[in-house]
Design a protein around this ligand. Structure first.
Ligand SMILES: Cc1ncc(COP(=O)(O)O)c(C=O)c1O
Length: 390
């Protein structure tokens, strides 16, 4: 029987019925008061989520990567030097994007799974000043949450623009655009907010706008000035035909997210993360990556000796319709990843862990049936209702 897949991957994440209904509703025409109200409300919610009173937040029809590309195109000029602390697949994407646009990229290389060390970045910036630093908040390939607050501090002290990929972190872990001194932060609709893929959002500081005025890389579709002109109309618009249905869904997703407030949503992510981690450990599995207590978006788990990690992600999908993510890059085959940001409840996690137990048993790993489920229940029973707001 065909059933919807059970998604426990780090995005796109499961979409709540309210969001599906909103995006399945008749189109709101994209020029005029209806869409204007949608844009106003979505932007206001996102500003609250970014924790900014000062920044502009622009909405673009694109996946997250388009938003990242817009950041490169709008604040840099050919030959500008940027620094990328490299610690996984998505920080590597920054280097590829920047090089594709003719920037001079310096890197500090870390083993995947490591946290970037702010003091090391400070030392590098002291020796080699750069125009900007390109950071990844949640390194989805390893599950590690990077210390953006400290990294932004050392970058600001060195006079570098702070550009951050928050695609898989915004809404799942604490973030504070103004307080941390961020210049550009790029998010996406399909991660912690549980809307459909298709909208990228970019928060832009005054300093980034000044850089934008002087930047000379070619830009058109993603030219922030054009977006701002349209967003500042009495009835805000997008310059080009936007993904209207996705915007209607994103509006509903934000209403749902804010029902219990940002703090409750963050606490839910903390608990779900703990349950997954303790559940995996109860099966005798080792977790991957530094800073596990802060890594609330995705958990990277080492496959048991003798079992290929890809076989686990393939088999849990074919046997139970449950989608988890394989390892990326050098972690392929040794690590699999369970995403736990977005519209998840306690029982979604329990169900996923049950599927994991049965899959491992079928693959010959000795499993005490119910051990992972019991560990997760233990976490949830400590604070009944704590993660119930999904
Ligand atoms: C940290 C991070 N950055 C960027 C992206 C790319 O986003 P998209 O696939 O929406 O272009 C992802 C997607 O998984 C991500 O996790």
């Amino acid at each position: 029987m065909d059933r919807p897949e059970i998604i426990l991957a780090p995005g796109p994440t499961p979409i709540p019925p309210e969001v599906l209904l909103a995006q399945g509703s008749p189109l709101v025409y994209h020029r005029g008061p209806g869409f204007g109200a949608l844009m106003r409300e979505v932007s206001a919610r996102l500003k609250e989520l970014y924790r900014t009173g000062n920044a502009d937040v622009l909405l673009m029809t694109s996946s997250g990567t388009g938003g990242l590309e817009s950041a490169i195109q709008n604040v840099f000029s050919p030959g500008d030097e940027v620094l990328v602390p490299l610690a996984g697949f998505f920080s590597e994407r920054w280097t590829r994007l920047a090089r594709a646009h003719g920037l001079a990229v310096r890197t500090i290389d870390y083993d995947w799974g490591r946290k970037v060390v702010p003091d090391e970045v400070a030392r590098e910036l002291a020796v080699h000043p750069v125009k900007g630093i390109l950071l990844t908040h949640s390194e989805t390939s390893t599950g590690v949450i990077q210390p953006i607050e400290e990294l932004a501090r050392v970058a600001n002290e060195a006079g570098a623009l702070v550009v951050v990929d928050v695609v898989s972190s915004l809404g799942a872990v604490p973030f504070a655009f103004d307080e941390w001194g961020i210049d550009v932060a790029v998010g996406g609709s399909q991660k912690a907010l549980s809307a459909s893929p298709g909208i990228a959002f970019v928060a832009i500081s005054d300093k980034a706008w000044v850089a934008h005025q002087a930047a000379t890389l070619p830009r058109f579709y993603f030219d922030w000035s054009i977006y701002k002109d349209y967003a500042d109309k009495p009835e805000p618009e997008n310059p080009w035909t936007p993904a209207i249905s996705v915007m209607q869904g994103l509006h509903a997703a934000l209403e749902l997210y804010f029902q219990d407030g940002v703090d409750a949503a963050l606490e839910r992510h903390r608990l779900l993360s703990r349950a997954v981690k303790e559940g995996a450990q109860a099966l005798g599995l080792d977790l991957f990556g530094e800073g596990l207590d802060e890594n609330w978006t995705v958990t990277a788990i080492r496959a048991p000796e003798g079992i290929d990690a890809d076989t686990i992600s393939d088999r849990i999908r074919s046997d139970f319709g449950c989608v988890i993510a394989p390892g990326q890059g050098p972690l392929r085959g040794t690590v699999f990843r369970i995403g736990h940001f977005g519209y998840f409840s306690e029982l979604d996690i329990v169900r996923g862990l049950a599927a994991l137990e049965m899959t491992l048993e079928r693959l010959g790993h000795p499993v005490k049936r119910g051990a992972a489920v019991a560990a997760a229940e233990g976490v949830f029973q400590e604070t009944p209702g704590g993660s119930n707001d999904a």
